[in-house]
Write a protein that binds this ligand. Structure first.
Ligand code: FES
Length: 146
């Protein structure tokens, strides 16, 4: 049909715009993977995370790679560049909010890419990939306590 696919533009960490077509019903994580767009940040330095923050071991173990949409990693963090589109999304679940709290470079319009499912109303959405590969030692970032 007319809206069997929607247009989505990913904005890379370098600011490069990557327009893709996403079938309705597919998550943005899956769409990114199918188009060789890397959403996941580099593996975090687990020893530093452990040093700064007593996050649960399940998170430590999963934080170096995507959890493939099971809301256990936050590495699929994307920033919806336009509030108008952000407001069209379903509200995040408690689980998503918990995971987002652990994401680097969190913004007011941050979401987890695995939880954004392509719908016709989202045609034209732009998703920026956070420049979130910084590490604690370089940026002096101190995670908020859990
Ligand atoms: Fe792990 Fe989205 S892929 S929370």
């Amino acid at each position: 049909g007319l809206f069997s696919k929607i247009s989505v533009t990913f904005v890379s960490k370098d600011g490069e715009e990557i327009p893709i077509q996403v079938p309705v019903g597919m998550s943005m994580l899956e769409a990114a993977h199918q188009n060789d767009i890397e959403l996941e940040g580099k593996a975090y330095d687990l020893s530093l995370i452990h040093y700064f923050c007593s996050v649960p071991w399940t998170y430590l173990l999963s934080s170096s790679r995507a959890c493939e949409g099971s809301l256990a990693c936050s590495t699929c963090h994307v920033i919806v560049t336009d509030t108008e589109y952000y407001n069209k999304l379903e509200d995040p679940s408690d689980e998503e909010n918990d995971m987002l709290d652990l994401a680097f470079a969190l913004t007011e319009t941050s979401r987890l890419g695995c939880q954004i499912i392509a719908r016709p109303e989202l045609d034209g959405i732009r998703l920026a990939i956070p420049a979130a590969t910084r590490n604690f030692a370089v940026d002096g970032y101190v995670p908020k306590p859990h």
